[in-house]
Ligand binder design. Structure first.
Ligand code: ADP
Length: 182
């Protein structure tokens, strides 16, 4: 039997200022499964998603509550885990930092050590998939929030992760953009 894509066991998390965000969360997601997470503002959705590729390291001292494809997430395997889990942040401004869209989308695959031609092919494919080829040479700070979100998604897709984690991916997208994302 293959390990679940995501396994979370009794995950608890409190921020340093005292806010308790997660109180003993347990669930698993099988390979190939798509799961939507719904809850009011402040329910802890983003906090959970940040745990899926080890972005809230304080947790490790207490417990190894998150496993990705059978690997318990911890400081010694962050590199592998982040290769497997592509995370789209809630705020696109947290994810964009290159002078052009093309460079931003290329950043992830280049970090994976792929050769230049493969990086170029992945960037072209990702820009096409999210429908933003025309934005390739534009500076990300000049784009609308919806366009920025698409750039971020292209950057994640270009890394071809095994597990795709999207935090409010349809936020700021128009109805057409929402339909296309599905
Ligand atoms: P959601 O994504 O469901 O809106 P969050 O995971 O962002 O919820 O927030 C869960 C709780 O953690 C909230 O009470 C929020 O105020 C708190 N929180 C989120 N981020 C931080 C942070 N960086 N520092 C302190 N508290 C935080």
């Amino acid at each position: 039997m293959t390990a679940p894509a995501i396994e979370v066991r009794d995950l608890r998390y409190g921020y340093a200022d005292g806010a308790t965000a997660l109180r003993g969360l347990t669930f698993s997601v099988a390979e190939g499964e798509t799961v939507g997470l719904i809850g009011p503002n402040g329910a802890g959705k983003s906090t959970l998603l940040l745990h899926l590729n080890g972005l809230l390291p304080e947790t490790w001292r207490k417990e190894r509550a998150v496993s990705i494809r059978g690997r318990a997430v911890g400081p010694e395997n962050l590199h592998e885990v982040r290769r497997e889990v592509g995370l789209l942040f809630q705020d696109p401004n947290d994810q964009l930092f290159c002078p052009t869209v093309r460079e931003d989308v290329a950043f992830g695959p280049a970090q994976l050590g792929l050769d230049g031609r493969e990086v170029e092919a992945r960037v072209a494919d990702a820009l096409r998939k999210v429908g933003i080829e025309a934005l390739a040479e534009r500076p990300p700070p000049h784009l609308s929030v919806g366009e920025k979100r698409r750039v971020c998604l292209a950057g994640v897709l270009a890394c071809d992760p095994a597990v795709l984690v999207l935090d409010e991916p349809t936020g700021s997208l128009d109805p057409k953009g929402r339909r296309e994302l599905k």
